[in-house]
Ligand binder design. Sequence first.
Ligand code: BTN
Length: 248
Amino acid sequence: PAVEFELEAPFSIEYHDSVGNTNDRARELAGEGETDVAVLANEQTGGRGRLDREWTAPAGGVWVSVVTRPAITPAQAPLYTLAASVATATAAREAGVDARIKWPNDVVVPAGDDGDYRKLAGILTEMEGQTDRVDWLVPGIGVNANLDADALPEGATSVRAEAGDVDRRRFVQRLLEGFDRYRRDLEAVVPAWRELALTIGQRVRVDRPAGEIVGEAIDVTESGALVVETDDERVTIPAGDCEHLRPV
Ligand code: BTN
């Protein structure tokens, strides 16, 4: 496939026509001490989603994992994932897609008036470190780019289906530039995230290990947790606790 990946991105690019999955390759590089490398693939044969789910990743998508070694604590890590979702949604909007963010970090396209949506992109962040310091952190970003919607799981959509094919080279460049900008200015992440959020103001049901919460999503905190107002209390849900969120 004619994808030329000699980008002037703020990251060096390791391109694979086909790979098991880019997160595993990025973790390998991180283990070897590498940093600021974006592993990019046209196709993944063993894509992984959050919570051990499978991730369908045929040729034509944008499957990218970024090796970073940020000077942050593990508690700040969710901000990096939000930064990746803001950068992804922004790149998709530039490609003509009405992309919004569903908390914590799904990039979706609204479908209908009842808060429903189709999923355009997802992010799986993996990291290693100690309690007070992150050693490496790898956000893995999967965007259904130039794919037919019928090659995707139910409830998913693609840039192709929404706005027509995109120049993936340009898309990845914009995505990585955006991510780089936000990781250098973490205070800008949550305000930018709020601007793109589909979830805020919605009545939602959140499944978490400690039980389900139903209420109105009113905001995200500085560390990216969702604040939900139920009939009798206000609950703050860290991103890592979200097994499932749906509008109700
Ligand atoms: C999710 O929504 O569950 C997260 C999906 C993350 C998919 C990306 S594609 C690049 C990287 N490689 C993977 O196998 N997963 C992530």
